[in-house]
Design a protein around this ligand. Sequence first.
Ligand code: FE
Length: 349
Amino acid sequence: MSFIQPIKRTDIRVSVNDRRIINGAEEADVVQLSPMKHKWAWQAYLDANANHWLPTEIQMQRDIELWKDPNGLTEDERTAFKRVMGFFTTGDSIVANNLVLAIYKQITSPECRMYLLRQSYEEAIHTHAYQYIIESLELDEGEIFNMYREKASIFNKDQMLINFSLGVLDPNFSTKGKENTQKFLENLIGFYLICEGLFFYTSFAVILSFQRQNKLVGASEQIQYIMRDESMHMNFGIDMINTIKEENPGVWTSSLENKIYAAIEEAVQLEVVFAKDCFPKGILGINSDLFEQYMRHIADRRLERVGLVARYNVENPFPWMSEAIDLSKEKNFFESRVTEYKTGGTLDW
Ligand code: FE
């Protein structure tokens, strides 16, 4: 099965039963969207389009005034904000590269590919949002954009993610066979559960703690939009992982499970070091101990979503994060929007 299939002249029509997320039948052309087997992926694509937004639609004036005011924020608050931006500026680009260069070509479900195309664009919008925040606040671009190389706590997180890409990025890699399918699943776990589901969420918590104090409200609004997108990315990834598990019996072994538990623990440890770098003294009611507890709390939720057992069993120290996530699903962001997207009938050519 090649992921870049040549098309063939034939009278045999594609059957929905030939569809698989990976390792689909050769006859099940990936260029043919219908018949669809993974309807949740199509729904995710429709939902993502309904949530379209652009960073430049959000007013940044209040943030600019606050950042310029020498008494607007403490030095510790400024450091925390910049560190989180230092992680974000490259985080979404690493995700996007893995999507486009490692994941996409292995996926044999056309409806999953449709969502991956949309997700890739959203990762670009997120990187744009960080660039827009940095430009608006006139932060030192060199400092923020190089931080992933200069700060060990960010570099080590990125390095962990990049290690999940190794092998899968090899042009000759294929998901055929149990070991290769497992390797691919590890990549999905690394990116959808650990990066999008853990690393991003703790950084969202930092930014939203500013919002709770009515500070940096523009940047926080950007982050709320991003968080809404990211929670969809994570849910889509979890659906892919669980479906691959079902469609490829025998690949989900106890040794794979142990690797997942170990990877989650490693991510927790890296995040704790990052938290100490972000707020050595604590800010806005967050300190590195609470941050660690939050990380462990959400790690359990992610484990459960892929059928594994909760390991840490700690309470959520930031119940307001759950509220913010729920709110971001319901809140009508479109009320405050300046731009209205043109519908088909009114497009100018
Ligand atoms: Fe994402």
